[in-house]
Design a protein around this ligand. Sequence first.
Ligand SMILES: [Zn+2]
Ligand SMILES: [Zn+2]
Length: 349
Amino acid sequence: MAIMPNTKMRAVQVAAPKGPFQLVEREIPEPEAGSVRIKVQACGVCHSDSFTKEGTWPGLQYPRVPGHEVAGVIDAIGERVAGWKVGQRVGVGWYGGHCGYCDRCRQGDFLTCRNERRVTGITYDGGYADYMIARADALALIPDTVSAEDAGPLLCAGVTTFNSLRHSTAGPGDLVAVLGIGGLGHLGVQYASRMGFRTAAIARGKDKERLARELGAVEYIDSESQNPAEELTRLGGAKVILSTVTSGKAVNAVLGGLGIDGTLLVVGAADQPLNIPAVLLIGGRKSVTGWPSGTAADSEDTLRFSAFTGVRSRNEVFPIERAAEAYERMMSGKARFRVVLTTGQNPRA
Ligand SMILES: [Zn+2]
Ligand SMILES: [Zn+2]
């Protein structure tokens, strides 16, 4: 009897809003024109996966496989794909491709493309699976020295903090504060210090100081026993405060620490409106801005920078079969610091 090639794969899907994660067997998909198939090795579990799990993304179609911190190897290539080959190690993040003809794309700003908005794991199936299909323009090369497990979180949490900081107004030696040392913040502190900023970490409790300094912070502000705005002012005022927390109250408490021309750079979605007095903005020309991750090229820059400066995400790793448990762990806020799923397909290759 001839041995048939295995055409099935494991995938973890959500079948309905707020429905459970289901480990299912699916046909291994074939890449259409312009796309490649990725043999997934690792996929980070991100707070934004809750859009898929909880059904809070408008128009999301079910069933859907979540996961937008995908690392693996190109396994097959569709028609009309140039510049990529089978066997290359690649990652895919939140950005899943762009149209190339809208006004935003014609400005070269692919991340704000107005058409066929492709978001990995949300508008098409993501990386909680043995294989996934990705558009070629969504691929980022993974450096040899970065493992799949390490690459995963850098493709969302990493690119978001790296890209927002590198496009900020802070220069070498400027005081940059990172609010929160969680999944985003522990990477933000590392990037800020490697970029040459005078990096201050702000977190609750004295016990996080050691970790903050290990990650590269030269100043630590305990927001429980100290007033973070006063402390930042005492240090000269922050050029940038990178806000990674979900507590609107915590953000409001640091605003007064912005220096002249200082910017509050928001990358974490706060649970309540920010309370920003107009006079605070006017006198010192201060501003508030947000930043949304990056394109595949930005992800590739993030991975390369992380490789040669030694920035690494601290991860808790779960096999893909335990996706539900991994998701609960991430949502609990107790994970140290990112949660990553592995498929067992040569994760260290
Ligand atoms: Zn994410
Ligand atoms: Zn476009």
